[in-house]
Design a protein around this ligand. Sequence first.
Ligand code: SAH
Length: 483
Amino acid sequence: MSLYPLFADLRGRPALVVGGGEVAQRKIVRLLGAGAAVTVVSPHLHPSLVELVRAGKVAHQEAEFRPELLDGQWLAIAATANHGVNRAVALAAQARRILVNVVDDAQLSSFHVPAVIDRAPVQIAISTAGAAPMLARVLRERIEALLDQSVGALARLLDRYRLRIRERHPDVAARRRFYSQAITGPVAALLRRARPADAEAELQGALVLGQSEQPGSVALVGAGPGDPGLLTLHALRALNEADVILHDRLVDARILDLARRDAQFIDVGKRAGAHATNQDRIHELLLAYARSGKRVVRLKGGDPFVFGRGGEEIEFLREQAIAYEVVPGITAATACAAYAGIPLTHRDHAQSVRFVTAHCRDSLDALDWPALAADRQTLAVYMGIGEVETVSDRLIAHGRDRATPFALIENGSRPEQRIVTGVLAELVERARRYAVTSPAMLIIGDVAALAERLHWFGAAPLGSGADSSMPVDGEFATAQSYA
Ligand code: SAH
């Protein structure tokens, strides 16, 4: 069955609700919200309905249902607990060609009441034609999450400017482009940022400027560690609105798949070791696309402000007076820890956590090793896979216990995730033995040992206690030779 969807204007129009219980009350509230002139038919009323009747918002027929009560009504809802009464209402309404809904009875209904996402004046209605109301509910929850609250404000603003927009752009195609810019560009972005006056000024400015002069913008977006489920709702929206997406190599293909189909994708990162697009070139590209009026997404793995050079990019954009926004992402340290079952802090084991990068010798030399070697803290080491030897040597040289647990998490949150665990003295040997490659996160500290018990995603940790060929606690004399 396929229903004909419609949104009815019920302002001032009579509607009859049969039944005086809580279900009827919910239907009545929705009808009143649409401005209908509601009459409720029932010998008894739920207290909340008594209130509405007393306040003069609803008329009350204190009686059993009779078909004549339907005369003059636009629609009727049967919401009693009595099937016979509901059926009588349905048949009488149908005989009079009045649209009728019987609560929870698709067969007797000639119209259905959908699940609604309300961003008045914008409303989204979902129907399964009575086949699976629960499904409609779940879908409603999902769409609720996708549409932020500013949608209603956007609709009202566009409504106020409709005539001016029509005058400015009499040509339909030009008008469509204008609306598309307003709906997906800076006007909507300012409303999301709770700046309605600036949004209106932006819309006025756009009306004065020609189409081609519309300024572009850049959204610096964190794509998280890989699992698309870890994207934020704002990231998803930005990807859907982008004209151009400049992305890092680390960004998962499944995430690029979520972006607008006709967006232009530009890979600005190459495999580790190979030549990568340099930072100046990335700045140049951001500037050129934004200046040509495009909505640019600069998509980075993890969080753009954690070892992502996001700060440099927005400093540059600010100098060039390009509008920007920043959408945080889930950074590799927290994602890998979560997906490996490692709490980064723990009352018993670690009172602080440090994010460090072991990108190259220079960055390693710049680190405060005595501080990093202190116990009761967790180290989350980014880009460390090429430098595990230096990291473990220096930590041990500065007094960190050789028996401090570590976990290496390769491809965290992705289906191919691997976890390698052990103690600091074995780190180099185990990284080699299991051929751990980039991207990998190195977590050092007592909490790392919890992965053995608390892991839940993907394969079990490698090199765990069950692996009898490896040294166990207390055999560090053997382990020493690996370091
Ligand atoms: N801005 C990013 C980090 C960029 S540095 C963020 O916030 O996560 C790149 C390093 O991040 C990699 O060398 C690796 O150490 C780590 N990394 C990123 N994604 C990862 C993943 N899925 N699994 C393990 N480590 C990851």
